[in-house]
Design a protein. Structure first.
Length: 503
């Protein structure tokens, strides 16, 4: 069987001499999404100062994008399988650029939340399409591993480019400028992609089932919203009602997929232990890291008083480590084993997060930079290998749907992580005891406390800032510790679930 397949595989590769140029277009789309995610964290203190959101609104600004994108990824990945992955990628990139302008000029917290939600709709078209096109462009397993590594390294590189470019912009322009940097990237992507990307789709996809689309969106958003609100405000009556509605919608979605002749998502994919293990590892890894990702920029700027550009540079070790590890991940997994690389990487991330529980306002950069480097290297190895496992576990006709499951795990993990770990930080922060006369706005966010302190007498201002920063750092300790526990438990689970898995 092997001997009859390899000539065909070689012929397929020869038919696509421009596959590496096409890959450069795909990684631009990844860069677009990665930069957008990282600059938001860097811009959060400025958004907080300008739009004056409440603590809950600030969390919504951070995670509504992930809520929406997680609810639509499977639907959009399946739509790309049906109408063409190139078409949905270029259309989504155009929409992503246009909606970035709306984000840049949002004048109220409510409009900012709406703009982030719409950006999630556009973003849901991008990531599944990029991985699915890689699956169809690269038929040789080793070439595909390298392509996935480059894809992952670019995503990590975006996390480095975003803070640095965003920091420069924030020092010279208003916060909306960090969203406008999406426009030139989008323009290059669309213009070059029109000429270089091949179209691909499932030759026999069946209809796009709108009932399944609605069930998927309602299910994911309902469940995540319930978790977020329960973590932030307790079990008031809307919380269990929304959670039950979301769970019922997800149950209906699964039942419907099992009965449709051409489902939106083939649930049989989850029968593969490697596929299911890789998806679960991605979800829990992102969940455990999300608190750190969302609040680190605030710690660097508002606790350690770093300028935006300096804060962006301070986060660089994580991105550099992830880029290098992503390029080496495929070779490492073949030399050792998939489960060794993934489990070891997750354990390293857990230890890096555990080290951050010792942070204080005066912590020196060598310790912080080392911890971030360890986290970045672990993430680069883990995410690249699990993406390769997911892609190689399915036929190329189902690459869009499988890629969407992988991306849904990322976004669902991010939404749950910000909701749960973010609520820990916010809840602990709100409980600080300030001096007499502390305005209520100071308890909503650290940015609000710094703004309030500017109008108070010097002694009162200093006392308020000290109490607020200490409380914020304490919340960050708890979130980092919880994230470390999640990552170490995931490392153990991955060791068993990925047993015998090969690239």
């Amino acid at each position: 069987m092997t001997s009859t397949l390899q000539p065909a595989r070689a012929a397929e590769v020869e038919q696509r001499p421009g596959r590496w140029l096409a890959l450069s277009v795909l990684v631009l789309a990844v860069l677009l999404v990665a930069v957008d995610a990282t600059v938001l964290g860097l811009a959060t203190p400025f958004i907080s100062e300008d739009l004056r959101p409440s603590g809950t609104q600030l969390l919504w600004i951070g995670d509504v994008y992930s809520f929406v994108i997680a609810g639509l990824l499977v639907s959009m990945g399946s739509l790309g399988d049906r109408i063409g992955r190139k078409r949905i990628l270029l259309g989504g990139a155009t929409a992503f650029g246009a909606i970035s302008v709306l984000n840049a000029y949002a004048a109220t917290p409510e409009l900012m939340i709406l703009a982030r939600a719409l950006l999630g709709v556009a973003g849901a078209t991008l990531m599944p399409a990029t991985l699915a096109l890689i699956r169809n462009l690269f038929h040789d397993p080793r070439e595909r591993s390298l392509a996935v590594g480059i894809w992952g390294a670019t995503a990590s590189g975006g996390t480095a480019v975003g803070p640095i470019v965003g920091g420069l912009l924030l020092e010279h322009f208003w916060w909306g400028s960090v969203f406008l940097i999406n426009l030139p990237v989008m323009a290059v992507l669309v213009l070059v992609g029109l000429r270089t990307l091949p179209e691909s789709r499932n030759p026999d996809p069946g209809p796009w089932d709108l009932v399944s689309v609605v069930l998927s969106l309602v299910g994911v958003v309902g469940v995540v919203y319930a978790v977020k609100e329960a973590a932030a405000g307790g079990f008031t009556w809307p919380v269990p009602a929304t959670g039950v509605l979301g769970a019922a919608a997800l149950y209906g979605f699964v039942r419907r997929q099992l009965t449709l002749p051409k489902p939106l998502l083939d649930m049989r994919l989850f029968r593969s232990r490697g596929f299911s293990g890789a998806v679960l590892a991605d979800l829990l890894t992102v969940l455990g890291m999300s608190g750190l990702v969302f609040f680190l920029s605030q710690y660097l700027q508002l606790v350690q008083n770093r300028r935006p550009f300096e804060a962006g540079l301070a986060e660089l070790p994580a991105a550099v480590g992830a880029v290098v590890a992503g390029l080496l991940a495929g070779r490492a997994a073949r030399r050792f084993s998939v489960r060794s690389v993934v489990s070891g990487s997750l354990a390293a991330i857990g230890l890096g997060l555990a080290a951050l529980t010792t942070l204080s306002g005066t912590t020196g950069y060598p310790m912080l930079g080392t911890a971030l480097l360890v986290v970045g290297v672990g993430a680069g190895f883990s995410f690249t290998v699990t993406a390769d496992v997911i892609l190689s576990s399915v036929p190329k006709e189902q690459a869009g749907a499988a890629s969407a499951v992988s991306e849904t795990a990322y976004e669902l993990g991010a939404a749950l992580g910000i909701a749960l770990l973010g609520s820990i930080v916010t809840g602990v922060y709100r409980g600080f005891t300030g001096p007499a006369g502390t305005p209520s706005a100071a308890h909503e966010s650290l940015g609000g406390a710094i703004e309030a302190a500017a109008s108070l007498p010097a002694h009162t201002s200093e006392t308020l800032l000290h109490a607020a920063r200490e409380s914020f750092v304490h919340g960050l300790h708890l979130a980092s510790g919880a994230g470390a526990a999640v990552l170490l438990a995931t490392a153990v689970a991955a060791w068993f679930l990925l047993r015998g898995q090969k690239l």
